[in-house]
Design a protein. Structure first.
Length: 294
């Protein structure tokens, strides 16, 4: 009997390649190419930088050498300049010393010349002064004699004036005052008023009043002419003293008008010596001693 034959066995087919393996390989190759390009680029850049660095070092070395050379030249020039300036300074010092010596000599000579001129001028001035003193002395002696004669004349005039003044004082009228009733010396003209002043017993203020709407200050009071009657030699005055107004009505010429103020214990006196149309003239008499205000 025939045995059955073994069935024919076949190898299984190879598994299919994994999906995407070809893409990954392409990407890897591309990366390797990029890296190779980058290495080449870096190599080229490094070579260029090294070449530039070498050039820069050479340039710097040349500049340093040039600077050293210029510095050496400048130092030499500065040294020569300093030496030249030092020589000029020394020359200037010598010239200044010589000029100072000459100036001192000239100054001493000028001082000596000035001293001699001053002594000569003083001697001349003393001579002229002595001459003038002699002339003045002679003139003074002559004038002194004349002055002595004039003084004698003045003494005589003073004696005559004093005698005349005494006579005028004796001729002064004494009238009773309208306030205290005592005798009052009054002056009727300028000569007699001067005699009253000479006595030195009271103060005197002359005035001339015109008829007006405003009062006039006389001494330390106010006077206002209200009426003037030249035909009968009469007048009317308004007197303002201590802020009070008093009217002296229809008074006669050379009649003393008396009134008291807070400033003095003795009365004030008004005397009118002349009456004309719308005008009167006279004087105000006040005590020498005034009360002190608080």
């Amino acid at each position: 009997m025939f045995e059955p034959a073994d069935p024919i066995t076949t190898a299984p087919p190879p598994p299919p390649p994994p999906r995407g393996s070809g893409a990954k390989t392409g990407i890897l190759i591309a990366i390797l190419i990029l890296l190779a390009g980058a290495c080449v680029y870096l190599f080229v850049q490094t070579r260029d930088l090294r070449a530039d660095l070498d050039k820069t070092q050479d340039s710097l070395a040349a500049e340093v050498a040039s600077l050293k050379e210029q510095s050496a030249i400048t130092a030499e020039s500065s040294h020569r300049t300093v030496e030249r300036l030092r020589d000029q300074l020394e020359t200037a010092r010598r010239q200044a010393s010589m000029a100072a010596g000459q100036a001192k000599t000239d100054a001493l000579k000028n001082i000596e010349d000035t001293r001699k001129k001053l002594e000569a001028a003083q001697a001349l001035q003393a001579q002229q002064m002595n001459s003038q003193i002699s002339e003045v002395k002679q003139t003074t002696d002559t004038k002194f004699s004349a002055v002595g004669t004039e003084v004698s004349g003045v003494k005589s005039d003073v004696a005559s004036t004093k005698s005349e003044l005494e006579k005028t004082i004796a001729d002064l009228k004494r009238t009773a005052g309208d306030v205290d009733g005592q005798g009052v010396l009054i002056a009727t003209n300028g000569k007699e008023l001067a005699a009253l002043r000479a006595l030195g017993e009271r103060n005197y203020f002359e005035f001339k009043l015109n008829k007006s709407k405003s009062p006039q200050k006389v001494g330390d009071i106010l006077l206002q002419l209200k009426k003037a009657d030249p035909k009968h030699n009469r007048y009317t005055l308004e007197v303002t003293a201590d802020d009070k107004k008093v009217e002296k009505k229809d008074r006669n010429i050379n009649e003393p008008l008396q009134f008291y103020t807070s400033k003095a214990r003795q009365p004030y006196e008004i005397v009118v010596n002349a009456v004309q149309k719308n005008e009167v003239a006279g004087y105000l008499s006040t005590p020498k001693v005034q009360n002190q205000r608080n």
